[in-house]
Every structure is written in structure tokens, then in C-alpha cells.
Design a binder for this molecule. Sequence first.
Ligand SMILES: [Zn+2]
Ligand SMILES: [Zn+2]
Length: 661
Amino acid sequence: MTIARVALPVALDRSFDYWAPEGLALTRGSIVRVQLARRSIIGVVVAVTSESAVTRELLQPIDEVVSLPPLPDDVLALCEFVAGYYQQPLGMALGLAVPPLGVRRALRARAETAEPPPPIAETPLNDDQKAAVDAIRAAAGTFAAFLLQGVTGSGKTDVFLAAAGTAIARGGQVLLLVPEINLTPQLEARVHNALPRAQAVTLHSGLSDGERRAHWNAASTGAAQFVLGTRLAVFCTLPRLALVVVDEEHDTSYKQQDGVHYHARDVAVWRARSRNIPIVLSSATPSLESFARTRAERYRRLLLPRRADPRAKLPRISLVPNRGEGARDGISGPLWHAIGACLARGEQALVFVNRRGYAPSLKCSACGWQADCPRCSARLTMHRDPPGMQCHHCGHQEALSRACPKCGNVDLLPQGYGTQRLERTLTQAFPHARIMRVDRDSTRTKGAFAAMRTQVAEQAIDLLVGTQMLAKGHDFPRLTLVGVLGADNALYSADFRATERLAALLTQVGGRAGRADLAGAVIVQTDFPAHPVFTALETHDYDRFASDLLLEREAAQLPPVTHAALLLAEAHRRADVDAFLHHAHAAACALVEKSTDAVTVYSPVPAVLARRAGFERGQLVVQSANRANLQRFVARWREALVAPPGKRVRVSLDIDPASFC
Ligand SMILES: [Zn+2]
Ligand SMILES: [Zn+2]
């Protein structure tokens, strides 16, 4: 009898045996539907054998072999690596490589033309771009990791699309990863423009299950030559994969925050190495991880120091105090003046603040009470459109507080500025300007973001107010002024990566200004103008900033100099969290004593968000200068990490956590 060993996406470190009914064509990698605890579930066959430790009577049959190509060996190997490295069951990792099967009917893949490509003037590549393209082309058929580091507007996209064109012309497939769904329509248009004959498909969570399955199928049969997708696309079957590109490689959305905590950039590098093909990591502000690897000569750096359009200069940066003369409603005097002048010239301006809602908190002017989330250790954000109080951590909503519940005072004051409040302020100040707010609330409906971009491009908008949704990869040629509010918040953060992220964000958002023949200006409000992050922005010297930051990380023994794993425990009762972490800490210390691997075990601490959605949270970090040491250690430690029976503790293990808080 044929037995199939099936890995299922459940939190168990084992596979399950099923018997295969006569006539069912099974192979390693087959995607199958089976029953587990009376639930129909999709799994992947990891071995076909004739023996099972389970007796025949207790075995269940395979219900169905799904009509999709089996996962090939390289994808199985990729998932095995991911399961091992991120310390998750293989079935969970394999689950990432299987397209959603909600819709049983397969759709025909189509080249997407949701939006007609805008006419893009073909700018010939400059010498820096040509050199970069040549280097990538020359690496065809071998593993080579390139860090394509170019200032904003330097034409990094033209470089990797030119290299992609060559790879496709030679019969290969290209995988391009982008951090956000919102960036895909714009890049899609550029892909069609640059590679008009290639069949391109997208893969992201915004597609319907049927579309995703059809696109996955087109990629896995080799029909689609170009796959443009978000982090989940890194697991897509691509039989003729010849080039991988990770755009905005520093972006934190490449890191999955639940389940298998994989980092799509790192997984992509592993995949390129195992397939023996080149990979291009592209960014204006590379992650310190990638920056350090160019220093160690593991990645080759391709520099684009100039903007591609010779008319376009890098924007002029000014640092101005938050308060001072002329400041009102959160906007400084110089920024008020600059917005007025920009609008008078008939150009576009953008005011950036990374906070949605009206105000980040609401406070009683008499007794100092602030509106807190009942389920989290966090403030409620005040919203006006529609009115209400919202928790941005758990989604809790309640009516707008009218009076202080403590003292009855009705004079409640919004604290700080969110996008809605700035929109209102600017609308009052510039009643004739056409103002648009772009944040998660205003773009909730499908197509809303694309519609907004079109409006901006058609110059139906004078003034934009928005969050980091506006920071990435959008070209607005008439946009000449960017004002940045609230930048100092990051400097108070407990997260060791906060300044690195701020530098990336400011460079990105500043890079929106002055893209063509119009000079751009960026005004950043800060009370710490001497901070290195602002100096780097002012002098457009990211390398110096990154070098200094790397020295700091070295001194503090923080990633990427060291490697970390974070154990997060959550339970309704704090005592259960503490007891579990105490037990995990003791187990870790005992392991360290027995081993020669140099691993540091830190004491358990409450998470920075100590309570979320009714769960008390605590964490424990272990760290090592040697990645292999840490891997060995965590694998052994995990075996000891079984939650005590009866205590409902939710545990997650994050290898290479994006932050420690
Ligand atoms: Zn009060
Ligand atoms: Zn909450």
C-alpha cells in the first residue's frame, strides 16, 4: 500500500501518514487535501513510502490531489531551510508555498492591465546605471548578491528592469519583490513599459484567492516570465528563475510578524544562492544588515550617486524648530510660509506625519486623565472622520469621550497631531487649495489608493497630508515641497532600530520633492537638529550615518553585529506569563552552562506594549555573535519550551526580530 507522509500547516513538529487510494498519482511535493481531526485541510506530501508506524486501520485516506503542479525540489528545500532557520514546523513553512485554495475553479491567468501604463519618457541610462546593469548581467548563472544603492530618483528601477529584460530574453524568469501592495500597480505599469512582450503576473494578498491561484499557476508552469509580488511571492514556484530583485530592501514589511516570522529579503538571498543566480537588493537607505555585508564583501555594492534626470537636483533640506515664531497648530512658522509660497506658485506640497487619526491622545485639562484602551497598555487615538476613539493596537473602538470620567470636566484636549487634524487645520488656512488626506483610513476601499495617485498625477490636488503610505516610490512631478512633522517621536523610541528607520523614512519622503525640472525643498521640524540622523539627511550622506550606526551597534552588541532570538509569551494573567518566562529563562541558562556556544541569555522583561487585546505580554531575548551557535542553541531550547499544562500561555519565537519591543 502507498503511504503518503504529509506536512500540514499546524503547530506540530511532525508529519502525518495517510494512505493513497488506488490510481492517485502522488509524488513528493504533491499538494493534497486530507482530514485532520474531522477538518479538511491542505498539506504537502514530503515522502511517499510503503510503511507506516501507524496501523492500517487507523490511517485515513488522502481525499484529493489538488490540481496544481507539485512543489518542486528547490521550493521544498527552501521551506525546509525556512522551517529550520525560523524554528517553525515544516508544515507551516510549506503552507507559505501553497497558493490559497478557497476558490476551486481555476481562473485563466492574464497579463494585468488594470490601469493603462502612463507614458514614461524613456531616459537613456547614464554611465553609473549602465555599469550597474552590466555587472548584474555578467553575473547571470552564478550566485552573486548586489546591493544597488542609489539616491532617490537615481533610476534604480531602470537598472533592475534592464537586467530583468536580459534575463527574460535568455529564457529565464524574474522575481521582483516589493514591500507593499500599493506599489504594485505603479511598478506593473513600468514593467509593461520596459518589457512589453513579457507576461507579468502579480502576487499579493490584495488579489482574490482565484486570481492568486491563477497567477501562481502561471508562474509555476513557467508561462509567466515576470512575477511582481509582496513578501509571500518569495515562496512561489519558478522553474526558470534567473534573477531576483528585492526593491526597497530595507523595508520592515518584508518581515512577517506572526506565524513563521520569516524575513522575505533574507529568504530571497538564500533562494538565489541555492539556485545559483544573482540577486539585487535595491535601496536608497540600505538596512544595516545589507550595509554590513557590503563592508564584509559578501555583497557587491553598485552605487548610483546621481539623480537619473540630469535636471533634477537633490532637494534642499532645512531643519526648523517645532515651536518658535509663527508656529501654530503643530506647524512651524517657516513651514506655514513655505506651503503658502508653494501653493502661490501653483506647485504641489506634501505634509507628512506618521500618525493617522485626529490626535494620538485625549486628555482632561483639569485632572490629567487620558483616554486609555481598556484592553491594551496604550492610549486611544481620537478620530473625527468618523468621530470616535480607536485603539491602533487592537482595533478597540468607542464613542468620542464628551466628559472626563474621573472628574466630569468637559474640557478635554486633543494631544498632538494626526493626519485628520492637520487636514482640518490646512483646510481652514488655505480654503481655496484642493487638499487630500492619504492614510490607512482614507484608502480602505479597494482602488482608493490608485484613484488618489491618479488625482495627484493629474494635478487635481494642491496639498497632500499623509502618512508613510505616501513616502514610498511615488513620482509626483509637480511636488516641490515636503514638510515633515513628528520626526522626533522616533528619537524617544525604545526600539534600537528607530533611528535607522527614521533615516530611511525621511530620505524616502524627502525624495518625493523635486523630481524633474522643479527644485525641491524639504522642511523637517525637529528640536534636535544636531542629531546624526538629521545631519545625514541634510548632507545626503547616508553612508556616513550607516557607518556610525554600525559602530554604535558594535559597541552595544546589537544586530547586525550579533544575532538575536526573541521569545514572546502572552496570557490573560500576568502571573502565567511570568511563570512561563521564568521557566524558559532557567532552561536557557542551564543549556548555556552545558554548552561551549557563546550565547547570552537576558532576563525576562514585560514587552514594551505590556498588554495587548487583553493579553499580558512578556519577552526574553537570547543573543549570540555567531549565527550557527544561536541556531543550535535555540533548537535545543525549543524542546524545553513546552508551556506548563493548564496555563494558557501563547508563545511565539522570533528569529532575527525586527525590534525588541
Ligand atoms: Zn478629569
Ligand atoms: Zn487596544
